[in-house]
Design a protein around this ligand. Sequence first.
Ligand code: FES
Length: 94
Amino acid sequence: MITVRFLTSGRQAEASGAISLLRLSIREAGGIPFKCAGGVCGTCRCRIEEGRDHLDPVTPRERRHLGEAELAEGWRMACQAIVTGDVAVSWPPA
Ligand code: FES
């Protein structure tokens, strides 16, 4: 079982296997902001605070929106990031 803690909203969700971070957020009302859900708009920027090794590799669409420094700090795009283990995530409040 995978546990995702949505630090900005204070919610928590579980998934039985690997899943898109945004998909889980939408399903469980985690609260990560989004618009396109397709890697275009950049709205779903979020920071992995714990468990950075528990995501699939950064995608080309993420690299278009995030610089190397941001990636090194743990920033990802929730609609492109696949979670494979426990993580804690935050994002800028609206
Ligand atoms: S929601 Fe638009 S890039 Fe993720």
